[in-house]
Design a protein around this ligand. Structure first.
Ligand SMILES: Cc1cc2nc3c(=O)[nH]c(=O)nc-3n(C[C@H](O)[C@H](O)[C@H](O)COP(=O)(O)OP(=O)(O)OC[C@H]3O[C@@H](n4cnc5c(N)ncnc54)[C@H](O)[C@@H]3O)c2cc1C
Length: 539
């Protein structure tokens, strides 16, 4: 059978050489492929696992200017840090506008337990508003003890003096990466997940492509391009070593874990930001998909595709939840957890990974490998713009259009209406939970997903969650899902919310995928084993 994947590989090989080949399908690579394709450049992207399977599906899911950078800016009177915050706030506004279905404005409460903290926290957040300027999404203000407890009823009341209320954005990170891929495809890009760059191809000392292995079918093929972009996140140094085996590392990585608790631990419409933990870091307790998302940590780590949250990191998060909440919490309350690796630019002077500035870097090697790294999800668009600008200059490209991404809605945004869930309920007979979920996850494409319900695919994959069978088929047909984990971790976030629930949903998910993709019994078993391994160890 000639599968859609087989056709994509054929098209990749037929269309070679490309103007640009992007290695890595996280926020950085997905943003870059969209920027390049929308300028009219012939662009391809390969990702060795699934899109956003690395750090980009394991973030705190905030679209933010960076309250912590602001604090560093104030303490260090550091202009560069202010600029970083301002840029983040500008990009925050663009993402909220260009992907309204995947983002929302989230009020956050900072609880204050001593009077001396009050003026400092308030002045800092007012400065945050000032830097956002007209792109602000809600004014910060002081709130009394009663309002803090009303907004966050599970907060520990003893000693609470009041709080500061401020606003940031919240988003669905994995589905934003998928929306970037879908939009890039609409702009003519070719993208392939589960396709690993094994080595770089050089001609006359210049990089002209990469040898790629299809990790699903096993075939190897070469893709040629005028320029190769290394957007491999924590793995950029391994790609740089394919170019120069002796290249000094650019990065060190630190791990940040999150745990997920049930909805009792966070009200649906407000988050909590703890400004100073035991070791002086920020901690967030956020509502997320009907659950509570708590994170994060910042510990030096080894590079790994699927890092495992460490016991000490879990204990650290639980300790802070207990300290700030009137609810008791134990390890048994944890429904899921995961670890992501921050690609941090090396800074010889900094002993502590939390102090390295999260700015981005664009570097070109003597043989023409363009590496982009650092930054944060919120600023992916700006990073992509800088990267493609540099690629145009370095590789002598002549794109028909200038950068267009500031005003380019992401897939699902055109035709999206705030009240669209009601139409889904009326038009497809969906219950409110399923309709609201589809509306937010797919935007204006939700109708296409819901239409599959008429094919008898309307059952929930798990009774406690709004994800339905139709999404599995949609993921395979339209979103390049190849593995059960692609569906249960990133097309839907079920495993990130509830690992046990994901294990229970696995047999039906695999059955639907097997039918769509023509899997035989052996492949079904292999998928079940692979997913089981992910759910038992690290997502
Ligand atoms: C715990 C944590 C919380 C965070 N929270 C936030 C937040 O709330 N808001 C925010 O704005 N930012 C946040 N960030 C930062 C943000 O998530 C990262 O900056 C961003 O996701 C990095 O994206 P990336 O594409 O550079 O890396 P990745 O997402 O890791 O993508 C790189 C990809 O390259 C692929 N790759 C590697 N080698 C190869 C190869 N040989 N061939 C093909 N593909 C390859 C990998 O498989 C991977 O998918 C957070 C980061 C962490 C760690």
């Amino acid at each position: 059978m000639r599968t859609a994947r087989g056709q994509t590989i054929e098209r990749l090989c037929r269309n070679d050489p490309f103007d640009l080949l992007v290695i890595g399908g996280g926020a950085t690579g997905c943003g870059t492929v969209l920027d390049a394709a929308s300028r009219g450049l012939k662009t391809a992207l390969i990702e060795k696992n699934d899109f956003a399977e690395g750090t980009s599906s394991r973030s705190t899911k905030l679209v933010h200017g960076g309250v912590r950078y602001l604090e560093m800016a104030i303490r260090g009177l550091d202009r560069a840090q202010y600029e970083l915050v301002r840029e983040g706030l500008h990009e925050r506004a663009l993402l909220l506008r260009n992907a309204p279905h995947l983002t929302r404005r989230l009020p956050l409460v900072i609880p204050l337990y001593t009077w001396t903290e009050v003026p400092y926290a308030f002045a800092g957040l007012k400065l945050y508003d000032l830097l956002a300027g007209r792109k602000g999404i809600g004014p910060s203000r002081l709130i009394g003890r009663a309002e803090a407890l009303k907004r966050f009823p599970m907060l520990r009341a003893e000693g609470l003096k009041g709080g500061v209320l401020y606003h940031d954005g919240q988003f669905n990170d994995a589905r934003t990466a998928l929306a970037l891929i879908a939009t890039a495809q609409q702009e003519g890009a070719l993208t392939l997940n589960h396709a690993e760059a094994l080595s770089l191809v050089k001609q006359g000392g210049r990089i002209v492509g990469a040898v790629v292995r299809d990790r699903i079918g096993g075939a190897e093929f070469t893709l040629r391009a005028k320029g190769v972009i290394n957007a491999a996140g924590p793995f950029v140094d391994s790609i740089r070593r394919m170019d120069e085996p002796e290249a000094a590392p650019l990065l060190e990585v630190s791990s940040g874990i999150h745990i997920v608790l049930d909805g009792r631990f966070a009200p649906p419409d407000a988050g909590l930001m703890i400004p100073r933990t035991d070791d002086g870091r920020l901690l967030f307790i956020l509502p997320w998909q009907g659950h509570a998302l708590i994170g994060t940590t910042d510990e030096p780590a080894q590079i790994d595709d699927h890092p495992i949250p460490r016991q000490e990191e879990i204990a650290y998060l639980l300790r802070h939840v207990r300290r700030y909440f009137s609810l008791d919490v134990t390890e048994k309350d944890i429904l899921s957890s995961w670890s992501g690796l921050r690609p941090l630019l090396r800074d010889a002077g900094a002993a502590d990974t939390a102090r390295i500035v999260r700015d981005h870097l664009v570097e070109v090697s003597p043989s023409g490998l363009l590496t982009v790294t650092g930054g944060k999800w919120t600023t992916y668009r700006r990073m992509a713009q800088d990267t493609v600008d540099r690629a145009v200059e370095t590789f002598g490209l002549a794109p028909p259009h200038p950068c267009r991404t500031e005003n380019l809605p992401l897939a699902g945004a055109v035709g999206y209406r705030e009240d669209g869930a009601k139409a889904l309920m009326r038009g497809h007979g969906l219950d409110v939970g399923i309709a609201s979920h589809l509306h937010r996850a797919y935007g204006s494409a939700a109708d296409k997903v819901a239409a599959l319900v008429r094919e008898g695919l309307g059952e929930r994959l798990h009774p406690d969650h709004p994800f339905i069978e139709a999404e599995v088929v949609y993921a395979v047909r339209h979103e390049q899902a190849e593995r059960a984990a692609d569906v249960l971790v990133r097309r839907t976030p079920l495993a990130l919310l509830d690992r046990k629930g994901a294990a229970e949903a696995a047999p039906r998910t695999i059955e639907i995928m097997a039918e769509e993709l023509g899997w035989d019994e052996r492949r079904r078993r292999a998928e079940a084993e692979l997913l089981d391994e992910r759910l038992r160890t690290a997502l």
